[in-house]
Write a protein that binds this ligand. Structure first.
Ligand code: PEP
Ligand code: MN
Length: 348
Protein backbone atom coordinates (compact mmCIF):
# COMPACT_ATOMS: atom_id res chain seq x y z
CA UNK A 1 0.00 0.00 0.00
CA UNK A 2 1.20 3.52 -0.76
CA UNK A 3 0.40 6.41 1.50
CA UNK A 4 0.74 9.61 -0.48
CA UNK A 5 1.30 12.53 1.87
CA UNK A 6 -0.05 16.01 1.23
CA UNK A 7 2.27 18.57 -0.31
CA UNK A 8 4.06 20.20 2.62
CA UNK A 9 3.21 17.46 5.14
CA UNK A 10 5.33 17.99 8.25
CA UNK A 11 8.08 15.67 9.46
CA UNK A 12 5.94 14.93 12.50
CA UNK A 13 2.99 13.86 10.33
CA UNK A 14 5.24 11.64 8.23
CA UNK A 15 6.79 10.10 11.32
CA UNK A 16 3.43 9.38 12.87
CA UNK A 17 2.37 7.42 9.76
CA UNK A 18 5.69 5.57 9.73
CA UNK A 19 5.12 4.63 13.39
CA UNK A 20 1.63 3.30 12.68
CA UNK A 21 2.86 1.25 9.74
CA UNK A 22 5.73 -0.25 11.74
CA UNK A 23 3.48 -0.96 14.69
CA UNK A 24 1.33 -3.03 12.33
CA UNK A 25 4.36 -5.19 11.63
CA UNK A 26 5.04 -3.76 8.17
CA UNK A 27 8.10 -2.05 6.74
CA UNK A 28 7.68 1.67 6.11
CA UNK A 29 9.55 2.77 3.06
CA UNK A 30 9.75 6.55 2.82
CA UNK A 31 10.50 8.22 -0.52
CA UNK A 32 10.77 11.96 -0.35
CA UNK A 33 10.07 13.61 -3.67
CA UNK A 34 10.58 17.27 -4.50
CA UNK A 35 7.01 18.09 -3.46
CA UNK A 36 5.39 15.06 -1.92
CA UNK A 37 6.47 12.19 0.26
CA UNK A 38 5.19 8.71 -0.41
CA UNK A 39 5.31 6.04 2.27
CA UNK A 40 5.20 2.44 1.16
CA UNK A 41 3.74 0.03 3.71
CA UNK A 42 5.32 -3.25 2.71
CA UNK A 43 4.65 -6.43 4.59
CA UNK A 44 3.40 -9.96 4.54
CA UNK A 45 0.24 -9.33 6.51
CA UNK A 46 -1.94 -7.55 3.98
CA UNK A 47 -5.03 -7.55 6.13
CA UNK A 48 -3.24 -5.89 8.97
CA UNK A 49 -1.99 -3.19 6.62
CA UNK A 50 -5.44 -2.73 5.10
CA UNK A 51 -6.93 -2.24 8.56
CA UNK A 52 -4.59 0.60 9.33
CA UNK A 53 -7.17 2.96 7.88
CA UNK A 54 -4.77 5.80 7.21
CA UNK A 55 -6.93 7.74 4.76
CA UNK A 56 -7.98 10.98 6.37
CA UNK A 57 -5.14 11.00 8.90
CA UNK A 58 -3.28 14.27 9.36
CA UNK A 59 -1.11 15.03 6.38
CA UNK A 60 -2.37 12.09 4.29
CA UNK A 61 -3.53 12.93 0.77
CA UNK A 62 -4.60 9.44 -0.29
CA UNK A 63 -3.95 5.76 0.20
CA UNK A 64 -3.38 3.62 -2.88
CA UNK A 65 -2.97 -0.16 -2.98
CA UNK A 66 0.05 -1.55 -4.83
CA UNK A 67 -1.51 -4.21 -6.99
CA UNK A 68 1.62 -5.91 -8.28
CA UNK A 69 3.04 -8.79 -6.24
CA UNK A 70 6.42 -7.03 -6.22
CA UNK A 71 6.25 -3.68 -4.51
CA UNK A 72 9.56 -1.90 -3.94
CA UNK A 73 10.86 -2.55 -7.45
CA UNK A 74 7.58 -1.78 -9.20
CA UNK A 75 7.10 1.26 -11.37
CA UNK A 76 3.68 1.56 -9.78
CA UNK A 77 5.35 2.42 -6.47
CA UNK A 78 8.35 4.34 -7.79
CA UNK A 79 6.80 6.21 -10.68
CA UNK A 80 10.20 7.19 -12.11
CA UNK A 81 13.34 5.23 -12.92
CA UNK A 82 15.62 3.85 -10.24
CA UNK A 83 19.08 4.16 -11.83
CA UNK A 84 22.02 2.33 -10.29
CA UNK A 85 25.19 4.31 -9.70
CA UNK A 86 28.45 2.38 -9.43
CA UNK A 87 31.54 4.43 -8.68
CA UNK A 88 29.99 7.50 -10.27
CA UNK A 89 28.82 5.53 -13.32
CA UNK A 90 25.08 5.74 -13.76
CA UNK A 91 23.09 2.97 -15.42
CA UNK A 92 19.47 3.77 -16.20
CA UNK A 93 17.55 7.04 -16.25
CA UNK A 94 18.95 7.99 -19.68
CA UNK A 95 22.49 6.78 -19.01
CA UNK A 96 23.71 3.71 -20.89
CA UNK A 97 26.13 1.27 -19.26
CA UNK A 98 28.38 -0.98 -21.32
CA UNK A 99 29.91 -3.88 -19.39
CA UNK A 100 32.51 -5.99 -21.19
CA UNK A 101 35.21 -8.51 -20.44
CA UNK A 102 36.04 -12.17 -20.53
CA UNK A 103 33.57 -14.87 -19.60
CA UNK A 104 36.04 -16.05 -17.05
CA UNK A 105 39.36 -14.98 -15.61
CA UNK A 106 41.89 -17.46 -17.00
CA UNK A 107 45.23 -15.76 -16.48
CA UNK A 108 46.50 -12.42 -15.28
CA UNK A 109 47.70 -11.51 -18.80
CA UNK A 110 44.43 -12.46 -20.50
CA UNK A 111 42.39 -10.46 -18.00
CA UNK A 112 44.60 -7.37 -17.91
CA UNK A 113 44.87 -7.29 -21.68
CA UNK A 114 41.10 -7.54 -22.05
CA UNK A 115 40.58 -4.90 -19.37
CA UNK A 116 42.84 -2.45 -21.22
CA UNK A 117 41.06 -3.10 -24.51
CA UNK A 118 37.53 -2.66 -23.15
CA UNK A 119 38.57 0.45 -21.24
CA UNK A 120 40.11 1.99 -24.35
CA UNK A 121 36.98 1.14 -26.35
CA UNK A 122 34.83 3.07 -23.86
CA UNK A 123 33.24 0.34 -21.72
CA UNK A 124 32.06 1.51 -18.32
CA UNK A 125 32.74 -1.67 -16.33
CA UNK A 126 34.75 -4.89 -16.57
CA UNK A 127 33.11 -8.29 -16.29
CA UNK A 128 34.92 -11.53 -15.48
CA UNK A 129 33.97 -14.69 -13.65
CA UNK A 130 35.98 -16.14 -10.79
CA UNK A 131 33.33 -18.73 -9.89
CA UNK A 132 31.67 -20.23 -12.92
CA UNK A 133 28.33 -22.05 -13.08
CA UNK A 134 29.21 -24.73 -15.66
CA UNK A 135 26.74 -27.26 -16.96
CA UNK A 136 29.32 -30.03 -16.81
CA UNK A 137 31.31 -30.68 -13.64
CA UNK A 138 34.23 -31.74 -15.87
CA UNK A 139 34.74 -28.33 -17.48
CA UNK A 140 36.74 -25.40 -16.11
CA UNK A 141 35.02 -24.14 -12.97
CA UNK A 142 36.83 -20.82 -12.60
CA UNK A 143 40.00 -19.96 -10.71
CA UNK A 144 38.14 -18.86 -7.60
CA UNK A 145 39.95 -16.56 -5.21
CA UNK A 146 43.10 -16.02 -7.34
CA UNK A 147 40.78 -14.72 -10.07
CA UNK A 148 39.36 -12.16 -7.66
CA UNK A 149 42.89 -10.91 -7.01
CA UNK A 150 43.49 -10.55 -10.73
CA UNK A 151 40.24 -8.62 -11.09
CA UNK A 152 41.30 -6.32 -8.27
CA UNK A 153 44.53 -5.65 -10.15
CA UNK A 154 42.58 -4.93 -13.35
CA UNK A 155 40.49 -2.37 -11.51
CA UNK A 156 43.57 -0.84 -9.96
CA UNK A 157 45.15 -0.40 -13.39
CA UNK A 158 42.14 0.67 -15.46
CA UNK A 159 39.79 2.18 -12.88
CA UNK A 160 36.97 0.04 -14.27
CA UNK A 161 34.46 -1.21 -11.69
CA UNK A 162 34.30 -5.00 -11.50
CA UNK A 163 31.25 -7.14 -12.22
CA UNK A 164 31.69 -10.72 -11.04
CA UNK A 165 29.40 -13.61 -10.21
CA UNK A 166 28.56 -14.84 -6.74
CA UNK A 167 27.37 -18.45 -6.83
CA UNK A 168 27.22 -19.36 -3.19
CA UNK A 169 26.82 -17.60 0.14
CA UNK A 170 30.15 -19.08 1.28
CA UNK A 171 31.93 -16.94 -1.34
CA UNK A 172 30.24 -13.75 -0.23
CA UNK A 173 33.02 -12.27 1.89
CA UNK A 174 35.69 -12.74 -0.78
CA UNK A 175 33.47 -11.50 -3.58
CA UNK A 176 32.41 -8.45 -1.58
CA UNK A 177 36.02 -7.42 -1.21
CA UNK A 178 36.55 -7.12 -4.95
CA UNK A 179 33.20 -6.78 -6.72
CA UNK A 180 31.66 -3.41 -7.41
CA UNK A 181 28.67 -5.24 -8.85
CA UNK A 182 27.65 -8.72 -7.73
CA UNK A 183 26.35 -10.78 -10.61
CA UNK A 184 23.64 -13.27 -9.71
CA UNK A 185 23.55 -15.75 -12.54
CA UNK A 186 20.65 -17.19 -14.47
CA UNK A 187 20.96 -20.53 -12.68
CA UNK A 188 20.70 -18.88 -9.28
CA UNK A 189 17.84 -16.50 -9.99
CA UNK A 190 15.59 -18.30 -7.55
CA UNK A 191 18.17 -19.07 -4.90
CA UNK A 192 16.21 -17.02 -2.41
CA UNK A 193 18.69 -17.33 0.46
CA UNK A 194 21.37 -15.93 -1.81
CA UNK A 195 19.05 -13.07 -2.86
CA UNK A 196 18.34 -12.23 0.79
CA UNK A 197 22.01 -12.28 1.72
CA UNK A 198 22.96 -10.00 -1.15
CA UNK A 199 20.03 -7.78 -0.19
CA UNK A 200 21.69 -7.20 3.17
CA UNK A 201 24.80 -5.76 1.52
CA UNK A 202 25.10 -2.37 -0.10
CA UNK A 203 26.69 -3.68 -3.32
CA UNK A 204 25.09 -3.08 -6.67
CA UNK A 205 23.60 -6.25 -8.14
CA UNK A 206 23.21 -7.55 -11.67
CA UNK A 207 20.32 -10.00 -11.54
CA UNK A 208 20.15 -12.26 -14.55
CA UNK A 209 16.84 -13.70 -15.64
CA UNK A 210 16.63 -17.47 -15.21
CA UNK A 211 16.62 -19.68 -18.27
CA UNK A 212 13.02 -20.70 -17.67
CA UNK A 213 11.62 -17.89 -15.58
CA UNK A 214 8.83 -15.48 -16.29
CA UNK A 215 9.31 -11.76 -16.03
CA UNK A 216 7.13 -11.75 -12.92
CA UNK A 217 9.33 -14.37 -11.21
CA UNK A 218 12.39 -12.32 -12.16
CA UNK A 219 10.93 -9.18 -10.60
CA UNK A 220 9.95 -11.10 -7.47
CA UNK A 221 13.56 -12.22 -7.12
CA UNK A 222 14.60 -8.57 -7.38
CA UNK A 223 12.02 -7.82 -4.68
CA UNK A 224 13.72 -10.35 -2.36
CA UNK A 225 16.90 -8.27 -2.66
CA UNK A 226 15.15 -4.90 -2.32
CA UNK A 227 13.10 -6.06 0.66
CA UNK A 228 16.32 -6.53 2.65
CA UNK A 229 17.28 -2.92 1.95
CA UNK A 230 19.45 -3.12 -1.16
CA UNK A 231 17.75 -1.38 -4.05
CA UNK A 232 20.80 -1.07 -6.30
CA UNK A 233 19.61 -3.71 -8.75
CA UNK A 234 20.07 -3.99 -12.50
CA UNK A 235 17.98 -6.58 -14.28
CA UNK A 236 19.67 -8.54 -17.05
CA UNK A 237 17.88 -10.37 -19.86
CA UNK A 238 20.21 -13.12 -21.13
CA UNK A 239 17.96 -15.33 -23.21
CA UNK A 240 15.47 -18.00 -22.21
CA UNK A 241 15.03 -21.63 -23.16
CA UNK A 242 12.54 -22.26 -25.95
CA UNK A 243 12.04 -25.00 -28.55
CA UNK A 244 14.52 -23.17 -30.82
CA UNK A 245 17.99 -24.66 -30.94
CA UNK A 246 19.62 -22.52 -33.64
CA UNK A 247 20.88 -20.16 -30.97
CA UNK A 248 22.13 -20.98 -27.49
CA UNK A 249 19.04 -19.40 -25.93
CA UNK A 250 16.27 -17.23 -27.32
CA UNK A 251 16.93 -13.59 -26.54
CA UNK A 252 13.63 -12.29 -25.26
CA UNK A 253 13.89 -8.67 -26.28
CA UNK A 254 10.24 -8.16 -25.46
CA UNK A 255 11.34 -8.46 -21.84
CA UNK A 256 13.08 -5.09 -22.16
CA UNK A 257 10.04 -2.84 -22.64
CA UNK A 258 7.88 -5.13 -20.50
CA UNK A 259 10.24 -5.19 -17.50
CA UNK A 260 10.80 -1.45 -17.81
CA UNK A 261 7.08 -0.90 -17.87
CA UNK A 262 6.49 -3.03 -14.78
CA UNK A 263 9.58 -2.09 -12.84
CA UNK A 264 11.64 1.01 -12.10
CA UNK A 265 14.91 -0.91 -12.28
CA UNK A 266 17.35 -0.54 -15.17
CA UNK A 267 17.31 -3.40 -17.67
CA UNK A 268 20.45 -4.47 -19.42
CA UNK A 269 20.86 -7.15 -22.08
CA UNK A 270 23.40 -9.93 -22.48
CA UNK A 271 23.37 -10.92 -26.17
CA UNK A 272 26.52 -13.07 -25.72
CA UNK A 273 24.95 -15.86 -23.68
CA UNK A 274 21.67 -15.62 -25.55
CA UNK A 275 23.13 -16.06 -29.02
CA UNK A 276 26.19 -18.16 -28.21
CA UNK A 277 27.76 -17.12 -31.50
CA UNK A 278 29.99 -14.12 -32.07
CA UNK A 279 28.53 -13.11 -35.45
CA UNK A 280 25.00 -12.81 -34.06
CA UNK A 281 25.89 -10.54 -31.19
CA UNK A 282 26.10 -7.18 -32.95
CA UNK A 283 22.63 -7.26 -34.56
CA UNK A 284 20.99 -8.31 -31.30
CA UNK A 285 22.97 -5.77 -29.31
CA UNK A 286 21.79 -3.04 -31.67
CA UNK A 287 18.23 -4.33 -31.33
CA UNK A 288 18.51 -4.40 -27.53
CA UNK A 289 19.51 -0.75 -27.45
CA UNK A 290 16.69 0.12 -29.83
CA UNK A 291 14.27 -1.80 -27.60
CA UNK A 292 15.15 0.52 -24.73
CA UNK A 293 17.89 -1.34 -22.84
CA UNK A 294 19.82 0.70 -20.29
CA UNK A 295 23.01 -1.19 -20.99
CA UNK A 296 24.72 -4.24 -22.46
CA UNK A 297 27.00 -6.90 -21.06
CA UNK A 298 29.19 -8.70 -23.60
CA UNK A 299 32.08 -11.15 -23.56
CA UNK A 300 35.42 -10.21 -25.08
CA UNK A 301 38.60 -12.28 -25.32
CA UNK A 302 42.05 -11.61 -26.82
CA UNK A 303 42.13 -15.11 -28.29
CA UNK A 304 38.64 -16.67 -28.30
CA UNK A 305 39.92 -19.86 -29.97
CA UNK A 306 41.85 -20.60 -26.79
CA UNK A 307 39.23 -19.47 -24.28
CA UNK A 308 38.48 -21.93 -21.49
CA UNK A 309 34.83 -20.99 -21.48
CA UNK A 310 32.38 -19.54 -24.03
CA UNK A 311 34.99 -18.92 -26.75
CA UNK A 312 32.54 -19.13 -29.68
CA UNK A 313 30.57 -16.16 -28.38
CA UNK A 314 33.52 -13.98 -27.33
CA UNK A 315 34.08 -10.84 -29.37
CA UNK A 316 37.65 -10.36 -30.58
CA UNK A 317 39.52 -7.93 -28.37
CA UNK A 318 41.39 -6.45 -31.32
CA UNK A 319 38.22 -5.32 -33.10
CA UNK A 320 36.18 -4.49 -30.00
CA UNK A 321 36.65 -0.77 -30.33
CA UNK A 322 34.96 -0.78 -33.77
CA UNK A 323 32.19 -2.93 -32.28
CA UNK A 324 31.57 -0.34 -29.57
CA UNK A 325 31.58 2.50 -32.12
CA UNK A 326 28.76 0.73 -33.95
CA UNK A 327 26.72 0.41 -30.75
CA UNK A 328 27.49 3.98 -29.78
CA UNK A 329 25.62 5.16 -32.87
CA UNK A 330 22.45 3.37 -31.74
CA UNK A 331 22.93 4.70 -28.21
CA UNK A 332 23.11 8.23 -29.63
CA UNK A 333 20.07 7.61 -31.78
CA UNK A 334 18.10 6.61 -28.70
CA UNK A 335 19.07 9.87 -27.01
CA UNK A 336 21.05 8.07 -24.31
CA UNK A 337 24.40 9.07 -22.91
CA UNK A 338 27.18 6.46 -22.67
CA UNK A 339 28.18 6.18 -19.04
CA UNK A 340 31.79 6.19 -17.99
CA UNK A 341 34.77 6.23 -20.25
CA UNK A 342 35.20 8.02 -23.48
CA UNK A 343 37.08 5.90 -26.01
CA UNK A 344 40.80 6.56 -26.02
CA UNK A 345 42.00 7.79 -29.44
CA UNK A 346 44.23 5.25 -31.15
CA UNK A 347 47.93 5.99 -30.77
CA UNK A 348 49.46 7.74 -33.79
C1 PEP B 1 28.08 -15.44 -17.39
O1 PEP B 1 27.74 -14.25 -17.41
O2 PEP B 1 29.25 -15.79 -17.60
C2 PEP B 1 27.05 -16.48 -17.15
C3 PEP B 1 27.37 -17.69 -16.73
O3 PEP B 1 25.83 -16.05 -17.43
P1 PEP B 1 24.37 -16.73 -17.23
O4 PEP B 1 24.19 -16.86 -15.75
O5 PEP B 1 23.46 -15.74 -17.86
O6 PEP B 1 24.40 -18.04 -17.94
MN1 MN C 1 30.08 -16.84 -20.28
Amino acid sequence: MMIVMKEGASDGQIQSIVDRVTAAGAQAHVSRGEFVTVIGAIGDDREMIAQLDLAGQDGVERVVPILKPYKLVSREFRHGDLPVVVDGIKVGGGSFGLIAGPCTVETREQTLETARVVKAAGAAMLRGGAYKPRTSPYTFQGLGKPALEILAEAREETGLPIVTELMDIRQLEDVLEVADVIQLGARNMQNFDLMREVGRTDKAVLLKRGLANTIEEWLLSAEYIAKEGNERIMLCERGIRTFETATRSTLDLSAVPVAKNLSALPVIVDPSHAMGRRDFILPMARAAVAAGADGLIVEVHPSPEHALCDGPQALYADSFSAWVDDIRRVVDLMGLVMAGGEPVPAAV
